[in-house]
Ligand binder design. Structure first.
Ligand code: SAH
Length: 349
């Protein structure tokens, strides 16, 4: 099988080229074609000698991430993309346009095995991990298709990045490398359901990326109800791992909390949440749950969500309600992919 050339870090590519008996500077040229000019074929690399291009094409592949569908919100310009991978699997990504720049939300796995109760991405379990090139490919294709520069990346689509840890780290390295797209680490956010050993390991890498923890419950019991991963890691351990990340990197943690009506949006939930967050330098992002038809969870009314937010705010917690983007298109994680999978008839628009 041909090697996946877009998954090599700059240093690894240099070594590959030296092994092939090529000069080091060729690595720089090829890396630029792959990660700045976003070439999808070796034939585009016109400043390389023809025989090198041919040699590369024999040994390596530039793994395809091909747009299969696109939905555009009429409300706020949010674009949702469905990409087909080389083995026919599909992943979703989202382009969000904000005043401060474009943000892309990518998937890290095909499916997910974490089983969070309200999430559509996990209903069919995990199919496979994405390679670094397939994570990058989502961003590169969106940049090419939209013709717009992307400045912020969130790894919050389908999948659990800490369950695909090595590939995730390589992806971050390539994404933020000065020879590539050179996205600032501070403009990258990774979201995890709370895999404690990997969170600690990530802290050791001393990156400047933001860590977002999916909290969703303010007690161990409540978390266990919504997230099977909580059976493995106690809330206390998860919070200690967040503290460790903050200590090591100086980066403030973002806590995500999907508000589910009657489940975690009550008075006592707010009280417990304040108890957890008050001593911490953090940000809380409330996400009114996006209902999926397979489950009976409902989102609280706007008024009730605001009420919840105000309670926290009055206690000095830094809190926002996530603005709903693209509410007129398949919003919740994994819904577009599922719809495509079951109906197979979605048209590009
Ligand atoms: N596996 C990672 C990242 C992917 S999910 C994680 O668990 O953090 C990104 C965020 O969206 C998580 O906080 C997740 O719990 C939340 N989420 C998933 N489905 C949702 C839904 N239907 N409504 C609201 N939030 C949802």
């Amino acid at each position: 099988m041909k090697k996946d050339i877009r998954s090599y870090t700059f240093e690894q590519l240099q070594e590959e080229l030296l092994t092939l008996g090529e000069k080091k500077f060729r690595a720089k040229q090829i890396y630029e074609w792959l990660h700045v000019r976003l070439a999808d074929d070796f034939s585009e690399m016109t400043n390389l000698p023809k025989n090198l291009r041919e040699k590369l094409a024999e040994l390596y592949e530039i793994r395809e991430v091909k747009m299969a569908a696109r939905q555009e919100s009429r409300l706020d310009g949010t674009n949702k993309f469905l990409f087909e991978l080389c083995d026919g699997n599909m992943v979703e990504s989202v382009l969000m346009r904000y005043k401060h720049g474009n943000s892309v939300c990518i998937s890290s796995q095909v499916g997910c095995r974490m089983g969070c109760r309200f999430c559509a991405s996990t209903l069919d379990g995990l199919e496979r991990n994405l390679t670094p090139s397939e994570m990058l490919g989502q961003i590169y294709q969106i940049q090419k298709i939209s013709g717009e520069r992307v400045s912020n990346i969130v790894i919050m689509g389908t999948g659990e990045p800490m369950d695909n840890f090595e590939n995730f780290l390589t992806f971050i390295q390539i994404l933020t490398d000065e020879h590539g797209l050179h996205i600032s680490q501070r403009n990258v956010t990774v979201s995890t359901c709370g895999i404690v050993p990997r969170m600690k390991e990530l802290a050791e890498h001393n990156l400047q990326i933001t860590l977002a923890l999916s909290l969703h419950g303010s007690t161990q019991e409540k978390r266990q109800e919504l997230m099977p991963v909580a059976n493995k890691y106690q809330l206390e351990e998860v919070l200690a791992a967040c503290d460790y990340y903050f200590e090591k990197t100086g980066r403030r943690i973002t806590f995500e909390y999907s508000l589910v009506q009657g489940v975690n949006d009550r008075e006592e939930d707010a009280r417990e949440l304040i108890h957890i967050l008050k001593p911490r330098n953090c940000h809380l992002n409330l996400i009114p749950v996006n209902p999926i038809k397979e489950r009976s969870f409902a989102k609280p009314s706007r008024k009730s969500a605001l009420n919840f937010k105000n309670k926290l705010e009055r206690s000095g917690i830094n809190v926002t309600i996530r603005r709903e983007m693209g509410s007129d298109i398949d919003g919740a994680c994994g819904q577009l992919r599922r719809r495509y999978g079951t109906e197979g008839s979605m048209k590009e628009n």
